[in-house]
Write a protein that binds this ligand. Structure first.
Ligand code: NAD
Length: 496
């Protein structure tokens, strides 16, 4: 495991000599220590990235693509080891961590292809109404990008930013979450090993205040891509405003699922569980508000509670575990507090609502279903970021859609119905960047990811993810042999 900053192709301690402990959430024990970067380290890293941009920024997509493929290959070769580190750091069950590594591999491979395709899109001619001119469009890398990531998918969230930024020809400083810094350093080691030029990717572990904020504020950073909580997103956006930096924000959500009376029971229970228990519910797009037709509600909730109680909870490295611990003590405290306040507001605990009695150590919390949650309760309105589902029932489709859209967030939404026309009709009316029909959460590198309203600005993944790191530039040429003739009516000079 690495413990230093990766800066300008070298490993070094933070200038201030500060470090951060890294805790295993299953055991509550410190298993590692990493360097904690400060503003001076951020400045060094941004300068290194700016120097590297002079050459990396001029490479073609075809020259960059092999680097992305080599990173993908090394990630695949180290799959089990990286997934194990992710479990130690984040707590998620090993099969989920393996899924994350596979997705990260796919992300680098996908953007290798897009890097090559980008060459083919360069200098696209734009038809103009004036035949004396030709116009071409070129896509230029944005410059130095600051990438700030959260703790819920440490390696994957880094991949979602690093891969498209590399493909575009940007250089970057990655600041992973202080809660889960381990795999970002391994990614740095992989880029070193495969010969990515020095300074193209710099990785600074450290806190939000010590490293994240100076990175977002640094005047030589041209683009900030942030994934994290809403309040910090607002701070990042304000920091970017001073220099009019490009900014993309992937923030939180409170994603609803509408379940119609004709929805198939088994499949619906399965997708609800996948929507709220995967990654311990610490998913920005988690299906955390269930809006179910009152005719189906009794049967559905009975089955959901039964299946929720059967989920195997434990250390993510223990075979058979389906639900690991929450990522930190702070997160455990805030989930417990949110559930308590929902109950105080009048919600009913159908199942869960506490630490599993047999697990005294570790930040474990039972799969929890809260019914009759008042719309005025903060549990209904705000992100809990834990395995906690809030349920309400509806009578009419209009009521369900209004309830679903009555949220400051708009990241994701889902609808379950056996009637495809109804599902489509509801899906179109849901105000969210991602709408799942008869499923919840499957995510594809090819498809745009991001939210409306307070869930963020911009889209990651797909073509949109690459565009985040490109500036669009027009090159317009005057090709006519005729003089322009506005001021110089007689270009020969006669008569002047
Ligand atoms: P967080 O906002 O606390 O931290 C995110 C990152 O920002 C960390 O690296 C942190 O160190 C850094 N940071 C903190 N203060 C900063 C500041 N002032 N300036 C710059 N950087 C700063 O979020 P978290 O608790 O790590 O992650 C959970 C949140 O992330 C949830 O709200 C979740 O919904 C969101 N999330 C969103 C998506 C998405 O795609 N929309 C994906 C994953 C997580």
């Amino acid at each position: 495991m690495r413990d230093k900053l990766y800066l300008d192709g070298e490993w070094r301690d933070a200038r201030g000599g500060e470090t951060l402990p890294v805790v295993n959430p299953s055991t509550e024990e410190v298993f590692h220590t990493v360097a904690a970067a400060g503003p001076e380290d951020v400045d060094d890293a941004v300068r290194a990235a700016a120097r590297a941009f002079h050459t990396w920024g001029r490479t073609s997509g075809a020259e960059r693509a092999p680097h992305l493929r080599a990173i993908a290959r090394r990630l695949r070769e180290r799959r089990e080891e990286l997934a194990t580190l992710e479990v130690l750091d984040n707590g998620k069950p090993l099969p989920e961590a393996l899924w994350d590594v596979d997705d990260a591999v796919g992300c680098f491979e996908y953007y290798a292809e897009l890097a090559e395709e980008l060459d083919g899109r360069q200098d696209t001619a734009l038809p103009l109404p004036d035949g004396r001119f030709t116009c071409r469009v070129r896509y230029a890398p944005v410059g130095v990008a600051g990438l700030i990531t959260p703790w819920n998918y440490p390696l994957l969230m880094a991949a979602w930013k690093v891969a498209p930024a590399l493909a575009a020809g940007a250089t970057m400083v990655l600041k992973p979450s202080e809660v889960t810094p381990v795999t970002a350093l391994e990614l740095a080691a992989i880029t070193h090993e495969i010969g990515l030029p020095r300074g193209v990717l710099n990785v600074l572990t450290g806190t939000g205040r010590g490293a994240g904020e100076p990175l977002a504020r640094h005047p030589d950073v041209r683009k900030v891509a942030f994934t994290g909580s809403g309040p910090v997103g607002v701070k990042v956006m304000s920091a970017c405003a001073a220099d009019v930096k490009c900014v993309s924000l992937e923030l939180g959500g409170k994603s609803p699922m509408i379940v119609c009376a004709d929805a198939p029971l088994d499949a619906t229970v399965e997708w609800i569980m996948f929507g709220i228990y995967w990654n311990q519910g610490q998913v920005c797009s988690a299906t955390s508000r269930l809006i179910v037709d009152e005719r189906l509600a009794p049967a559905l909730l009975e089955r959901l509670a039964h299946e929720s109680r059967r989920i195997v909870i434990g250390d993510g490295l223990t075979p058979g575990t389906l639900l690991g611990p929450l990522v930190s003590e702070a997160q455990h405290r805030q989930v417990a507090r949110r559930v308590q306040s929902a109950v105080a507001d009048g919600a009913r605990v159908l199942c869960g609502g506490k630490r599993p009695p047999e697990l005294e150590r570790g930040y474990f919390y039972e799969p929890t279903v809260l019914t009759d949650v008042p719309v005025t309760s903060s549990a209904w309105a705000e992100e809990i970021f834990g395995p906690v589902l809030c349920v309400r029932t509806f009578r009419t489709e209009e009521e369900a859609i209004a309830l679903a859209n009555d949220s400051p967030f708009g990241l994701a939404a889902a609808v379950m119905s056996a009637d495809s026309e109804r599902a489509e009709r509801i899906a179109r009316q849901m105000d969210a960047g991602i709408v799942w029909i008869n499923c919840s959460q499957p995510t594809f590198t090819q498809a745009p990811w991001g939210g409306t309203k307070k869930s963020g600005i911009g889209r990651e993944l797909g073509q949109w993810g690459l565009d985040n790191y490109l500036e669009t530039k027009q090159l317009t040429t005057y090709t006519s042999t005729q003089p322009w003739g506005w001021y110089l009516k007689d270009p020969s000079g006669a008569g002047t």
